[in-house]
Design a protein around this ligand. Structure first.
Ligand SMILES: Cc1ncc(COP(=O)(O)O)c(C=O)c1O
Length: 312
């Protein structure tokens, strides 16, 4: 938790405020119609360096601006300025723990029946919350292929983090949990593997790393990009971005999912089929280890991905 004696602050429409001073109208458009977009960013506390490191802050904000553009939300900040405000917020709420950062831009106008996006006022909220592991990265997880199709690009573009599209996520994840799985893997409209509820999908077959391409209705994940880099540059592995058929995953040697929240999480079972021998695969284990080192500033050459936040 942030310092218990201090009230956690949030950034809301230009001000740093305690949560109980932030008023969002019950009539806000986004609450009724899902007209919001957001990011999920992690900051890691390094015991060695005694400070926080935000991972790929500018890349997250680049995607945030893309999502905003999709919804005709114009923020009164440059991506550099919003990154600076985020660092300031982390300093104000400083605690020696891993933190999740959630920027949210939303249509705040009380506009029943108005679907003309450029005419609606927008608001910006950024808050931070301590967050440990989101999925079981140690033991791995059991997934199912969802009966819910991933929302297609020409319905709600999954390459932006558009709030309304996360109803699709919630339905798929709920189905998985109710059926005793840890996570869902959704197919796209053509029956190809798209992604998990909040993760991109990777499989390994005969030493080659395979992941769905950006046109298969996925969010083009920042962790996905990092993992591709780690595989190619650090582990000398071949990475292929191509469509994956459902049944291919049943004969994969290794499967893992990646995301800011999920980090690198091995998948040990899909639809009751063991992945490989049902244990965490050796390549997955190496990728996971390197990823965790990288976000903690322990891999030379990658400090460019890290924004240092020291306590004031
Ligand atoms: C649907 C979806 N796919 C993939 C990801 C992973 O993206 P990233 O690595 O940028 O966090 C997320 C999480 O943000 C997500 O919500």
């Amino acid at each position: 938790m942030p310092n218990n004696t201090k009230k956690r602050l949030m950034f809301f429409n230009g001000k740093f405020l305690p949560e109980d001073e932030i008023k969002i109208p019950p009539t806000a458009h986004a609450l009724h119609y899902g007209t919001a977009c957001f990011e999920g960013i992690r900051a890691y506390y390094s015991e060695k360096d005694k400070n926080l490191f935000v991972f790929r802050l500018e890349d997250h904000y680049k995607r945030f601006f893309y999502s905003c553009k999709t919804l005709f939300i114009k923020l009164p900040y440059s991506s550099k300025k919003i990154a600076e405000l985020t660092v300031e917020l982390l300093q104000k709420n400083y605690s020696e723990t891993d933190i999740y950062i959630r920027p949210l831009a939303f249509k705040s106008d009380p506009a029943v029946g108005n679907f003309n996006l450029p005419t609606l006022e927008s608001s910006l909220l950024i808050y931070t919350v301590p967050l440990g592991r989101y999925l079981n990265t140690e033991k791995g997880i059991k997934a199912n292929i969802s009966s819910w199709m991933r929302v297609p690009d020409n319905a709600i573009p999954p390459r932006g983090k558009i709030a309304g599209a996360y109803v699709n996520t919630a339905l798929a994840k709920t189905e998985s949990l109710q059926n005793g799985f840890d996570e869902c893997i959704m197919l796209d409209r053509f029956g190809h593997i798209a992604e998990g509820s909040a993760e991109n999908f990777f499989m390994i077959k005969n030493g080659v790393v395979i992941t769905p391409p950006m046109y298969d209705d996925i969010l083009v994940g920042i962790t996905r990009g990092t993992v591709i880099l780690v595989c190619e540059k650090e582990l000398g592995l071949k990475v292929v971005e191509r469509s994956i058929a459902r049944a291919e995953v049943y004969s994969a040697d290794e499967v893992f999912v990646v995301g800011t929240g999920a980090e690198v999480t091995p998948v040990v079972e899909i639809d009751k089929h063991e992945v490989g021998d049902g244990k965490i695969g050796p390549i997955t284990a190496k990728i996971k280890e390197l990823y965790f080192k990288m976000v903690h500033n322990e891999v030379p050459g990658y400090s460019k991905f890290l924004t240092k936040v020291s306590s004031k």
